[in-house]
Write a protein that binds this ligand. Sequence first.
Ligand SMILES: Nc1ncnc2c1ncn2[C@@H]1O[C@H](COP(=O)(O)OP(=O)(O)OP(=O)(O)O)[C@@H](O)[C@H]1O
Length: 254
Amino acid sequence: MLEIKKLSKRIGKTLILERIDLTVQAGRSLAIVGESGSGKSTLAKLIMALERPTSGQILLDGIPAPTNKTSDFRSWYRQIQFVFQNTTASLDPRMTISQSIEEPLCHFTKLNKSERKELVIEYATKVGLPLTLLNAAPSHLSGGQYQRACIAKALIVKPKVLVCDEIVSNLDMIHQHTIIELLQQLKAEQQLSLIFITHDLSLVANLCEDILVMKDGRMVEIFDSDFIQTGSHHPYTESLLHAVEILRRNWIAL
Ligand SMILES: Nc1ncnc2c1ncn2[C@@H]1O[C@H](COP(=O)(O)OP(=O)(O)OP(=O)(O)O)[C@@H](O)[C@H]1O
């Protein structure tokens, strides 16, 4: 269970996040939606312990996120893995895909070379990456294949939480949906909690059980995705839902 308690982040004089309070139960998933600049990525960086909060706390199964030199960053980084938007900077261009997927096993486990290779093949297969690409350089992969390789690399150490920050934003609609279906399947198989950050509310209803809407660094509301269409929402959430509906109608009309 991931608990976020009264979490705030100030950079200089600007309050980027203000008193975020939420819980993600084990195996449940949370979508974080909101317009650009609402604080979604900052919240993700705090959850991943890549940045420190100004105040408040994050706990995973009761253990606080690491904050100083004496803390156990290694264990946190193993349990909370992440995949970012496809910037083509997520995978080392000097490594083959196989070496990149294997890398976290070298950091976080004591498995020998052949055990690691076996897992690389297992996870490449799991994410639907053709095994013929394992010896390729990242630049030879399509956007969808690149993201599948990043997902394999993140999941190979069996984290409890996978943070996905805009991972389908650069993909076309068909590839967006195949990646979402893949995440749905992996989530069930690995009993994984996803934290899925997106601008697009329409992507998350079938993927995440809970939806957090953010604006200007604050929580607007958090609700069960079963009630995305039927529930009564904050006017800001209604405006996001309305925008999705207009986009969908325009797309169908094309
Ligand atoms: N290092 C920083 N210094 C100053 N301001 C920052 C810094 N990082 C983020 N911000 C500001 O904090 C706010 C939230 O940024 P953040 O990237 O978390 O938003 P976001 O919702 O993820 O946006 P996007 O969807 O565009 O990625 C923005 O106004 C941003 O300009």
